[in-house]
Design a protein around this ligand. Structure first.
Ligand code: UD1
Length: 339
């Protein structure tokens, strides 16, 4: 059973490739390596014993995308991760985000139609809910106006998929991720941001290992118990497992509608300070941090209602916060010792 994983050398993509291979799927990766490294393929092979096929090209290229689909006529589905994802950068370079994230999706959908590939799982985000009116947030909560071009590409992408589904045989599942963190237990794959990390956990681990001077906590005057914002952090392997279930659901014809949406979160929120404390506890490292002003665009708090995903997918996030930060720390140390 052949599955295309776009962005398969990236953070969530690589973990998903491993879980797919473990369950017997044959994975073909398309990646332009703009934010990842080719060596990840070797590390995936070390984990699973199988080297996935990697085709390096840009999905923004209509012809190359079309040629790719012709070269692999047995594809049963697509899991589409490849996209830019830095909120701040998207504000600076909106057209770069719209072009990359939307054009590649359109190219994929056109090629799927032309080649009768009917199943797509799309990487969406809880950012589509903005600051929800009710917590925990379920899939039926209204979509709020996007705070950033990045967030807008996720909203528009979901709409593009839905509109395409209406006039084609394509089925789609949008998985709305909360905050994926952590790494595979082997410490052979993990999150590897280029340059200064934007996200909390890579910044914590890079500070602990001495690459960054100190963590800046963006605000402790939010209306939360300790004043820092609350997010629903989810282990990347739990997230990866949900993708395998989603693509299988589509291939097996088990969908309730031809477009479905699922929240991927644990249902529990933790504050920034709670994440820092959990990290200090499992690592034994005293983290240097200081409180600075709020970061523009940050919401106060969000956590998932995963009831529908739990029930419909038969899936539940299993790994707790300490396991998440411990695995991220193990990965950071292993990666630095290898380079
Ligand atoms: C953001 C996006 C999300 C996107 C994700 C991936 C929103 C609301 N969320 O998640 O859609 O998928 O990035 O890039 O747009 N923090 C610090 N110091 C730091 C870094 C972060 O205090 O150096 C705090 C933030 O203020 C926030 C929390 O840590 O409260 C988590 O931040 P981050 O990891 O960047 O994720 P989100 O902003 O939640």
């Amino acid at each position: 059973m052949q599955i295309l994983v776009t962005g398969g050398t990236g953070y969530i993509g690589s973990h998903t490739v491993v879980e797919l291979q473990k369950r017997g799927y044959e994975v073909i990766i398309v990646d332009n390596l703009s934010n990842s490294r080719r060596e990840i393929i070797d590390n995936i092979e070390k984990i699973t014993g199988i080297k996935p096929v990697l085709e390096v090209f840009d999905l923004e290229d209509r012809k190359k995308t079309s040629d790719f689909f012709k070269k692999y006529p047995d594809l049963k589905g697509v899991i589409h991760f490849a996209a830019f994802k830095a909120v701040g950068e998207s504000v600076e370079k909106p057209l770069m985000y719209y072009r990359n994230n939307l054009v590649s999706l359109i190219n994929i959908l056109e090629s799927m139609q032309e080649n009768d590939v009917e199943n797509i799982v799309f990487s969406s985000s809880c950012t589509v809910y903005g600051q929800p009116d009710h917590l925990p947030v379920s899939e039926t909560a209204p979509i709020k106006k996007a705070e950033s071009p990045y967030g807008n590409t996720k909203q528009i992408s979901e709409e593009i998929i839905q509109d395409t589904i209406k006039v084609s045989k394509i089925n789609g599942i949008a998985l709305r991720y909360f905050n994926p963190i952590g790494a595979h237990e082997s410490a052979l794959i993990g999150e590897l941001p280029l340059g200064v990390p934007n996200n909390l956990v890579p910044f914590i681990t890079q500070t602990a290992i001495g690459i960054r001077d100190e963590l800046k906590i963006f605000g402790n005057d939010y209306p939360t118990p300790d004043g820092t914002p609350i997010r629903d952090y989810i282990h990347v392997v739990d997230l990866a497992e949900a993708h395998v279930i989603a693509i299988k659901r589509m291939i097996d014809g088990k969908m309730k509608n031809d477009f479905e949406v699922f929240n991927l979160g644990t249902g529990t929120g933790y504050s920034v300070l709670e994440v820092v404390k959990a990290f200090e506890k499992v690592s034994g490292v005293k983290l240097k941090y200081k409180i600075v002003g709020r970061r523009e665009g940050d919401i106060v708090q969000v956590w998932a209602d995963p009831t529908y995903s739990n029930k419909e997918l038969g899936w539940k996030a299993k790994r707790n916060l300490e396991e998440m930060v411990a695995s991220a720390w193990k990965w950071e140390k292993a990666y630095r010792s290898r380079i």
